[in-house]
Every structure is written in C-alpha cells, then in structure tokens.
Ligand binder design. Structure first.
Ligand code: GLN
Length: 503
C-alpha cells in the first residue's frame, strides 16, 4: 500500500491523534492534499472547507498538548453529504434552488448557509471530527447514480466511466477515493447502502428512529435515516456510536438503548441464525454479484452461523410501494422551497404564483419535478385511495414479512444491488430502470429496520466491488455488526486499491 494514501481506519486515526503519534493537522493536510489531487476528476465534493478544517485540526492538536482529553473521533477527516445542515459551510442538497446560480466549474454561487448544525453534525463536531467539506449527491437525495446532482458528475474511483451510485454518491467517493476516512450519507431507500456497495465501502442504514433527522433536508420523512460510510466495519460502528440516540429536536427518535457497537464487532456469529430470501436471488441478479454474495454467506456458515432459506413474499411490490410513498412525502416536504424562505428566487415575477412557478420551475431538476408531480398525483382526491392508501397497506404487509421471518432467524443476508457499478449515462433516460436498481434496498427501508452493506469481494467479470446486505430487526444493530465483521474478515480482495488512488 502506498504510504502516501490517507489511513483507512477511523478508529486507528482517532487512536493515533489521541495518543499524540500523529497530529490532527497532518492528517487533515493529507486529506486536503488527496482532495486537491483527485477530486477534480472524481467529483466527490460540492464544497471544500480547507481553512476551517486546518484551523480546527490545529485547535485539536493544541488541546492535546494542553493535556485535554480529546473526543473519540479526534482528528478524523469526514465528508458530510450536502443534505446535512452545517452552520459554517454552505448547504445545497445538490439543488440549484438553494443557490443563486452555478459557475463554470459547476460550483454553487452564493449557496444557502443554514443558521444551525444538523444534530448528527453537532455530535461529530463534539467528538472532535474534522469536516473536510460537503459531498455531492443526487438533487434532494433522489436518485441512484448521483447523476441528478445539479452541480457535478461524480465518478467511481474503481472505474471513472461508472457511477459511484447514489444518492450519497459523493460521500462514497470521498471514502473510496481515499480523500476522507469516513462520511455521513442519508438513506431513504438505499442511498447509503447502494453507493457503499458500488464503491467497496461499508454503509449503514440505521433502524428508523435510531439517528436524529434534525437538520437533514427532508426527502421522505418516514424513511430518511442518516448513516456512516467508512472503509471498515469497526469504523462504521464507531461513527454510529456517536450519532445514534434520542434527540429532543426529532420526535421520531427513540430512547431505546444505544448498543455497544464496537464491542459487538468482535463477537462472531457462532449460533446465529441467518435467513436467505429466495426473492432476492431471482431474475435480474448478475452472476458475478450472486457468486460473491453466496461465497460470503458460505463464509458466515463456516464461522458458525446456521443458514436457512426464508420467504419474504411481498418483496416484489417494494419498488412500486416505495415510489408511491416516497414521492407523496417529497411532494409535501419540498413545498417549502418556494422562492420566499430559502435560497434562489426567480427575478421579474409579478404575482406570488409567478414567484412560485418560475422559482420552482427553474430551480428544480427534471427528476425532482417528476417526483413532485407523481407524489401530488397519488395524494390527490380521487387517487388517494387507489394509490397512497393502498401503498400504505402494502407497506404494512412488507413489514409483516420481516416480522414473520425474524421469528425464525436473527438476521437476513442478501445482495445490495443487482449489478456492480453501471456505466454513467446508461440509465439516465429510463427512470424505471434506475428505480429498479433499488430493488434489494427498498424493503428494509419500507419496514424501517436496520441494514448494512459490507464489501464481499470483486466481481469476477468486471473486477468491481460487490456488497453483501445484512438486514437486522429494529434496534438490533449490534447483531448486524457482529455478522458484518465476519463478512469483512473473510472477504477476498480486501487490499486491492481503486484505480483512481493508484497514481
Ligand atoms: N434511489 C432511491 C431514490 O431515488 C433512494 C434514494 C435515497 O435513499 N435517498 O429514491
């Protein structure tokens, strides 16, 4: 491994900064150097806060010299999905509507600056993490390829002609491209897990209610959860440990005990019951993905888990159900972007209606408009019963499938994505094909339960990363990490470095 590459482990960086073996400033500088060297090509960041990051790193070093105890993520360089509010950095959610324009380099002109930090951001700050910048995403987190970003194309560090996935594509690129050690993304229907799978990183969607949504720009509030993207499972556990827990500012968070996630990682899977649902291995799953996923499941068995076949019969309705409910929620959530309260306002309008029409017409991209229209339609009088209410009922059936399965198994193992990273542009003109990329991540989102994507090898045909998904009951993140660690420990190809990081 090239000595110049940023260390991969959040846990190791924090330990060596806290122990004084390395300065937070030198780690931050290494991260910023990597961004300067690679991000022009990779497109992982929408904004970089170099001065702020260095200032903060020096402050952390000073505090250590003074004998203060540093936080558990001391000096760890982190990328924040640009859907998370940051009081000292711009926030655009990948949308033109939160900026006054876009310059030649694809940078936001005079973007929105939130007056407060999202709770997850405040918690990482309090843990002494260092924020390198805001990462690229599909506009308002809607998409599976990052191609809906209003600003820049994000490229997969393993193959620059491929997507890094979405919507937290930039967060995955920052980590896989060795520009930061960790990142936060948000997962509504797969937006942390799928980009993690396509870039060979670890991504967690916590149980609904486990992590505060306060200050996460809302897409579909009954689904949205913030989760970490890292290189390894222990680092993922360490980050979740910091961001998890009740928050008075988000009434959907729970007081349910936060587990000891780091400790759980070393417990192994002996005696654990893991279910494999036939519905996730049907037509449309690429052979090279299936092969690595099955190998990883066999490794879990060799390590003492008992594997059984299970059924999740309503899986086939997940895509339709999600795209009704998520669009309905987004049509309501995005009504706040009206040209009056935030960001951009179109000039030259005479009436309030014209302000709305021209601001929203010019400010939202095509996918966001499509979803607002679909969502408004499924909620409208006369169609509500046929679509929205029915989708709510099917959501319950999907949740019950999992409840039933979890009576006989502790965890469920599946693929994350039916394919490895697909070529940029290949699904752009076909929204339905793009929606189908989410087929394996949507059910856990509909059920509100926990899931993780862990790298489990490279595809034999493409040489690109494959992810295994481990789905756990609500608030069983500890068991999820136990199995994830075994998958990581037994995965082949772990030392292969993405193409973009080799030079
Ligand atoms: N790809 C899915 C969508 O476009 C999920 C997005 C997400 O999780 N934010 O809605």
């Amino acid at each position: 491994m090239s000595p110049k590459l940023l260390p991969r482990s959040v846990v190791e960086i924090a330990a060596s900064v806290r122990g004084g073996e390395v300065s937070a400033e030198s780690i931050t500088q290494a991260s910023l150097d990597a961004v300067a060297a690679r991000d022009g090509q990779l497109g992982g960041f929408l904004s970089v806060a170099a001065d702020l990051a260095l200032q903060r790193a020096r402050d952390i070093d000073l505090r250590r010299e003074r004998g203060e105890t540093l936080g558990p993520l001391a000096g760890v360089p982190i990328a924040l999905k640009d859907a998370l509010c940051t009081k000292d950095q711009p926030t655009t959610s990948g949308s033109r509507i939160l900026a006054q324009g876009i310059d030649q380099q694809g940078r936001a002109i005079d973007p929105w600056r939130p007056p407060y930090d999202a709770t997850v951001v405040a918690r990482l700050r309090a843990a002494d993490a260092v924020f390198i910048g805001k990462s690229n995403l599909d506009e308002f987190a809607m998409g599976s390829s990052n191609e809906n970003s209003a600003f820049r194309l994000a490229r997969n560090p393993w193959n620059l002609d491929r997507t890094p996935g979405g919507s937290s594509g930039g967060s995955a690129v920052a980590v896989a491209g060795r520009m930061t050690a960790g990142a936060l993304g948000s997962d509504t229907g797969g937006s942390v897990r799928q980009p993690a799978a396509l870039t060979g990183t670890v991504g967690v969607k916590p149980s609904y209610g486990r992590v505060s949504r306060y200050g996460l720009i809302a897409f579909a509030s009954s689904f949205d959860q913030v989760g970490p993207i890292t290189h390894d499972v222990a680092s993922s556990a360490a980050m979740l440990q910091i961001i998890a827990g009740a928050d008075p500012a988000d009434g959907t968070t729970t007081h349910h005990r936060v587990g000891a996630y780091r400790e759980a990682c070393s417990r192994g899977v002996a005696g654990m019951r893991i279910g494999v649902p036939a519905e996730y291995f049907a037509d449309g799953l690429d052979d090279e993905v299936a092969a690595q996923v099955r190998r990883a499941i066999a490794a879990l068995e060799e390590n003492g888990a008992s594997i059984s076949n299970i059924e999740l019969p309503h899986t086939r309705h997940a895509v339709a159900t999600y795209y009704i409910l998520a669009t309905a929620e987004c049509s309501s959530n995005l009504s706040r972007f009206d040209g009056v309260r935030f960001g951009h306002r179109a000039h030259g309008s005479q009436t309030l209606r014209e302000v709305y029409e021209t601001t929203r017409g010019g400010g939202f991209g095509p996918e966001v408009k499509r979803r607002i229209m679909l969502g408004t339609y499924v909620l409208s009088a006369g169609y509500y019963d046929a679509y929205y209410r029915r989708a709510q009922q099917v959501r319950t059936l999907i949740r019950r499938d999992f409840e039933h399965a979890f009576q006989s198994v502790d965890l469920i193992a599946t693929p994350v994505s039916p394919t490895v990273a697909f070529p940029l542009g290949s699904k752009l003109d076909d929204p339905l094909a793009m929606y189908l990329a989410d087929v394996y991540t949507l059910p856990a989102s509909l059920a509100g339960i926990a899931a993780i994507s862990v790298p489990c090898g490279l595809g034999s045909a493409s040489g690109l990363p494959v992810g295994l998904q481990i789905i756990a009951p609500s608030f069983a993140e500890e068991q999820m990490f136990q199995a994830a660690q075994v998958v990581e420990d037994t995965a082949p190809d772990r030392e292969v470095i993405p193409q973009a990081c080799q030079s």
